[in-house]
Structures are given as C-alpha cells and as structure tokens.
Design a protein around this ligand. Sequence first.
Ligand code: SF4
Ligand code: SF4
Length: 500
Amino acid sequence: MDPNTPSLLEPEEHVLSTLERDGSRRWLRPKLSKGRFLTLRRWVGYALIALFTLLPYLKINGKPAVLLDVIHRDFYIFGGNFRPTDTLLLALLMVTTVLTIFLVTALLGRVWCGWACPQTVYMEFIFRPIERLFDGRKGVGGKPARPPAAWRTGAKYIVFLLICVHLAHIFMAYFVGVDQLFAWSRGNPLNHPFAFLIIAAVVTLMMFDFCFFREQLCIVACPYGRLQSVMVDERSMIISYDPARGEPRGKLGRKKRDALADKGKPEAERTVSLDIMERFGGDCIDCHECVTTCPTGIDIREGLQLECIGCAQCIDACDPIMDKIGRPRGLIRYTSQEALKGKHKRLLRPRVLIYPAIILAVASLFLFLLMTKPPADVTLLRQAGKPYLTLASGEVQNTLRLRIVNRDHTTHNYTVAVKSPDDVTISMTNSDSITLGPGKSYTEPVRVTADPGQFRQGRLQVVLTVTDGDDFSTDETFELLGPRAQARDEHPDDSEPDHD
Ligand code: SF4
Ligand code: SF4
C-alpha cells in the first residue's frame, strides 16, 4: 500500500502523544533540559531514593521503621504496631492519606507525579541517565546521533537488570525485614521458592516498565493520573503555557526579533508597525524545545492535558530561550488557569479549606486512638469441635482459645482469672501464665469449668480478667455453653422452648 495513501482507519485528530498516526508506538527520547527545577527535582529525587533504600534498615524501639509483614499480619509504621484488628486505625490512616493527596493535587496539580512518584524518580534520575550514557545524546533533540552498537545496548540492559534486582530486594525487605532477606540471599533459593518467585516477578515487572512501558504507565495505566480532571480546578497551580504572551507564535526571523524588541514600548517608540506586531508579536519562537524535552511527548502549548506529569522540564527548556531573545522568563510557568485568563490569583477556595479541616479532625482522632491504644490485644474465641464437655464430676467444661498480642516494647507475663461469677474455675492447658516478648503473640487453650446449675437456657456469661500484673488489665466477657435440660429442671420458670 502506498504510504502516502491515507488509511481508512486513520484517526481524524491526534489521539495519544505516544501513538503514530498508523497506531504504532512513538518512542520518546526526551532531551534533558538543565535548569533550576531539574536541579531541585534531582535533590528531591535522590533524597527519596536514599530514603527508600535506608528505611528497611532503620529501627525504632528495636523494630524496623517500616515493616509490612503480610504473612504474620503484623505491620510496623514509624514505631506504631498495627494488626488487622486495628481496622479503625488503618481506615483513619488511609482516609488521611487520600485526603492529603486530594489537597496537594487541588493546590499543585500533579506535583507528586513529577517530583516524588517512584516511577518518575527512578526513570528520570536512574534509568534515563544510564540510557543516555550508553546510547549517547549528540543527535537531534538529545537523541542518539546513530543507532548504538549492539554491545552498548546489551551492556545497558545488563546494568538495568542489576539495578532492578537490587530494587526488588529492597522492595522485598519492606515485607520480610532485612535480616530475613540477608539470610535468604545467602541460602539456596530452593529453600525459599515463594520468596524467590516474588523477587523474580518484581524484577520482570520492573524490567518491563523501565525498558518498555515507561511513560505509558503515567499516560494510560495510573489511576491517579486519570483522576486529575476531578481533583484540579481553575485555581490549582499547575505548569502552563501563557498563550496571551506566547501567541501568535512564529520562528525568529528579523521581523519577529524587531517585534519582540518593541513589545511593551509606547507606540511612538516602536520600530515595527502594529500589523507586524500582531503577526509576530508572540514570545513563543516555536523552537519546540518544550516539546522535545517532554517525557510524555506532549506539547504544553496545546493547553492543560491529562498526560502532563508536572515535571517542569518544559519550564527549564523555555526559560533559557526567553533569556536568549531578551524576553522575561515564565512563558511556561507554575500558574493557575484563572490567572492565565487575567483574573486575580486566589489560592483559597472551599476545597482547600475543607480538606485540611477534615484531615486535621481525622488525623487527630487517629493520633488519639494510637496514643490510648492498650499495650496488649486480647481475643477470646470458642475452640472448634464440641461446644462443651460434661465431666465425670457433673461439671460443664468449655475450652476457649485465648490469644494475647504484646504490643509493648518490653516483655510481659500475662495471667488470666475468672472475675465473675463465683464458683467458675479456669485452667490454662500448657502453663499458669504466658510470657511474651515485644510484638509477640501467643494462642493458648483455656478450660473454663462451671456447675451445670449456673446455666440459663444453656448459656452462662463469664467475665475473665487478663492482666500483666503491672499496668495492663482487661476484662473479657464470654458466653459459655452448657446443657439446657438441666437448667429447665432446676429452674422450672424458664419455660422457653429449646429450638436447638
Ligand atoms: S520552548 Fe518556549 S519558545 Fe520554544 S516552542 Fe516552547 S514555548 Fe515556544
Ligand atoms: S508538559 Fe512540561 S511539565 Fe508536563 S510532562 Fe511535559 S515537560 Fe513535564
């Protein structure tokens, strides 16, 4: 087919910045634009990489600063110990995080994406620089001057693979802890195949992402990016091109240069006529520097776009151009859509007042619950199997499962006793008390024995006290099961029918 003949399926307009008109992928090799924002982003990016790498090694009260032990359902977050039973605390933490994201986005658009998202940070400050090192960037728009030699490409992917293996191990450390990870790393992978498979899967996903998928993750896969349109508004400070200043755009010929020099001067002092000013008066010289530097391949001059990740590379590209042509910086800048329309810049509006108010309330409640959380969790459950036993003595015995979690930073010795009613006795199966180290948990079967005459309708409510003999003491109410017939014989007034 003649390549010049338009295809029947060819789109009428531009669909995606990374799609050619025939539907094939347009590979991006954004030109690096050095400038104040790149320098700042590098500092932030490398600080975040250092934090991500070091956090699993940091310990608070002898426990990792962050450990998400999914297998044992035990989570440590900056000194706080959370368990699946902490549903309310975890929910409050999640609500606080989500609302903070809403607030930051309402104020500064996709600042997270451009400055702190691991995808951007690792792509732009680790993988892309290595790629430029191996492929070169002496060609047009910062691209390689010629296709790189095979050995260079091979070496580049080997370095990528090593970095991904390293990152996957750090990622794993957040779930199993560094001590366990080091132990596994020294042993045979066949001794821990599940962990080995997870690391292999993470490495594969990272290689797929950083070698192939790249900006597609931000453009088509990330749900946060898709939600931008509802989170930002006309007053959000986002990176924008100023069309009132930039248009009409045009290449920098002599006439345009003169028109730009005359801009802002009183009419009497101008050297070019008004119609020339109108044709060439825009500050944008259509040099495409802001386009070739964009990591998502968009043209910021087309207005607010979902693909923009707020990386500020277009600002760093355009500012030096403005310096060169003697125009003020900021043709592309952080500003609001409202300010671009010439309205007064106002950051305050209902949503940026309501979000912080809710965040404050939810975060305060979270902190209060965290600070007043008891130093131990106690759970009483019925043992599976027969609900009760009638002993040779005629007494009724229920076996319960007592689970204690020591949330404190020191070891405690827990005992359990019957608070009420009288004449009910309790015995632990394995010992008289339970000794637990910091963060440890234990489940012990306990036998509670009562006289059958104490049961009403086959039920008897008991209160057990669990204490560490020190600061901690809690009462747990539990309903014992027993024979109904006996209860009816001894208490003829209880005439309700037995439905069991
Ligand atoms: S870098 Fe600035 S001057 Fe060049 S095309 Fe972009 S907006 Fe116009
Ligand atoms: S338009 Fe500018 S800020 Fe947005 S992604 Fe492209 S270079 Fe980054």
